[in-house]
Ligand binder design. Sequence first.
Ligand code: ZN
Ligand code: ZN
Length: 589
Amino acid sequence: MNQSAVPDVSASASGLRRDLAEARHASLAREGGSPATLEVVPLGGVGEFGMNMMAVSWEDTTILIDAGVMFPEPDQLGVDLIIPDLTYVETRGDKVKALVLTHGHEDHIGAVPHVLPQFDGPVYGTAMTLALIEPKLEEHGIEAKDRLKTVKPRERVTIGPFTIEFLRVTHSMPDCVALAITTPVGIMVHTGDFKIDQTPIDGEHFDLHRFAELGAQGVLVLFADSTNIDRRGFTGPEIEVIDAFEELFTSTQGKLVVATFSSSVYRMQVLVDLAAQFDRKVAFVGRSIVQNAEIAQRLGYLRVPAGVQIRDSDVQNYASQDVLCVTTGSQGEPQAALPRIAINDHRFVKLGPDDTVVFSARAIPGNEKAIARVMSHVARRGADVITDSMKHVHVSGHGSEEELKLVLSLVRPRYFVPIHGEYRQLSQHARVAKRVMSRADERLQVLLAENGDIIQFDSRGARIADKAPAGRVLIDVTRVGEVGDEVLRDRRHLAGDGVIVAVVAIGRQTGTLVGEPEIVARGFVVAEDEAQSLFKDAAAVIAECIQASGVEERADQGLMTEKLRVELRRFFKKRSGRRPLVLPMLMEI
Ligand SMILES: [Zn+2]
Ligand SMILES: [Zn+2]
């Protein structure tokens, strides 16, 4: 097995971890002449949130479960996406036979275009999941439609020694499944993301029966979502938000604008139904939400009554009290619809004093500042701002403690591996699991793994035996008119093209450029005379970009930084053929 030193996430020395370390030593001591072994390697999403991915191997067959991305933190400038390190997948070579997907969220499918070239086999997923992948493949110029195999809940697929059964679970979008994988050493259940919504919007219930049957039959190991283990009770159904929105539909005099995740199809359905009931037209605003609404309608997961939906370009043709806009930008992303609307920079949608803007999503940690900025801009337009701390306009898609306990009691596994969470969520989930299965005869053993841990199951038991290469790869997607020509770069690669820092001083009152921007380069190799004119022209690009921006845009540091980053990146790519990491630093003077 390919071994490498991977920096470990710092973890507090818990008793569990110690037990594990001892078990690991004991098993290593017994090593040698090992019989066939089931090996499970989490490549992402264990010890962190996002980029969920796992490899499951038996002899010459490896299947991959999910291939997700993680979104960069605001301080990781110049990085668009983060995907799991695929070295381990490469080392498995042509043993990799298939990719199996649980559902269509980006943290489960975002890296599919990067994983597909690594193997030849099929990709299994439900109709919604695969429909969300198609545009990604198109964007990356990957011809692989014939590799996408649609599956339905309760269907089974056999790949070498594995038989995979798909089990319906409920979550915040349609068509989500868990996996029950029959292996030569027993059944492995992987929950994917879930909550237990007993009144699902689409009437498709969590397959509690099948989970219970598997539990009665005997399950070797359960891998379960730990996201909301630190929330007590039950998460609550998707329909819970209806009351709050009903109030808002009643009380809002003007336009109602609701920002949500573009994959929140259930939220869209709630809003569409209320709009029909309250005689408002619905416009989806923002590229990804328009695309996803279209896909969901085509597949029958989003039902919009005839005559209710309008285009964003038609919004201005209706009285504002007759309109509902469902938009992207709930995380304050500068290029998304709501942030543009908020600074009065959207072509079709304007805000006025009678309008209400609802943030119907949770703030992903790290985005709070950007979101707060958008809220201030909305307030400046005179519109009302509603968040989930004011009204119940958002409900999580992940099960809380009691739901996670219920799944544990149904499945009653011999081994339990908490996944999808930072180390503290995983260890809390482990603690809860031990409480659920406390009887001596149940002998639950918890394996607290992290990314790259090789978890082995065989006739002698289970253990974390070794470490595979795992980590994060940063992706810079410069999609400026060059579809399919994407540069995958990790930090080594990045060092090759260098870093450009542009220090830009802006007048606090005027929002105009003060003095000349200062441009500093490191590791960006060009001839000296060339560099001078290049940097001079880059300074001119900065000045032009600032001048061409509206007053409110200029006052928004986050937005200007992003604009300058895009402009400068385009400039250096065009002029030097290189893609340095561009870091604009805006200073107010
Ligand atoms: Zn999800
Ligand atoms: Zn997820």
